[in-house]
Design a protein. Structure first.
Length: 238
């Protein structure tokens, strides 16, 4: 049975959410004291977190960042804030998904199931390490290294990089990437994928790899494997 940590200060919504989700076999732990959520998280060790943004003491953005420093478990933001920047900030801080209030419980449950499948079930990664020349992607640490440089990846960033590496010889459509990350693409803002792709491009830049993800309008994205070969040759030049 999966343990779900429910961080919501609206008592009625919290009770309704707990009641609905528990019908489907999940073990839901309500947070009722909001001054020490980080300590409660460490003690509970949940499998997934539902996190509101507007909370007493510390807001959800702060808690998302704090949880992500401790764990790679799925985090789903639930918030009345519907602005693009709020959603972008949540993804930037490591959230796996974002659902705007008011929401249908059926959609929330679908997102929970999808996040758990990606993290622990049929869609979770099967290989610990992927290598392309000097580029190394490590699932155990969620780190990507190239030569002497190393960067940390969020779960979605890791899945995107892995998808690109495994399909380095062909264009991948945005629809395919949506399915890889969220399953239910109709419930995710289109801009969210763009943000994630931009983030991994920036991570590659930190490693010294420029233009490694190529975009073709109306077609999708492709992993430019030649960049790694060229940079690797530069590293060997005297």
């Amino acid at each position: 049975m999966y343990k779900l940590m429910l961080i919501e200060d609206d008592i009625k919504l919290r009770e309704l959410t707990k009641e609905y989700i528990e019908k489907f076999g999940y073990d839901v732990f309500e947070i009722k004291e909001f001054h020490n959520i980080e300590e409660q998280f460490k003690e509970l060790k949940p499998d997934i977190v539902l996190l509101d943004i507007n909370l007493p003491y510390f807001d959800g953005f702060y808690l998302c960042r704090a949880i992500r420093k401790e764990s790679n478990i799925p985090i789903i933001i639930t918030s009345a804030r519907s602005g693009d920047m709020d959603q972008v900030m949540a993804i930037e801080l490591g959230a796996d998904d974002y659902i705007t209030k008011p929401f249908k419980f059926e959609i929330l449950l679908a997102k929970i199931k999808a996040a758990l499948r990606r993290a622990y079930g049929e869609y979770s990664a099967k290989e610990d390490i992927l290598k392309v020349n000097k580029l190394i992607l490590d699932e155990n640490s969620f780190k990507m290294s190239y030569g002497e440089k190393c960067v940390e990846l969020s779960k979605n960033e890791y899945k995107l990089v892995k998808k690109f590496i495994e399909n380095k010889d062909r264009f991948i459509s945005r629809e395919e990437l949506f399915k890889e990350l969220w399953d239910y693409s109709t419930f995710v803002d289109d801009n969210t994928l763009t943000v994630n792709v931009t983030r991994i491009k920036n991570k590659f830049l930190e490693l010294g790899l420029r233009d490694i993800i190529k975009t073709k309008r109306g077609v999708g994205y492709i992993f430019n494997y030649a960049v790694i070969e060229v940079e690797g040759d530069k590293g060997n030049a005297h």
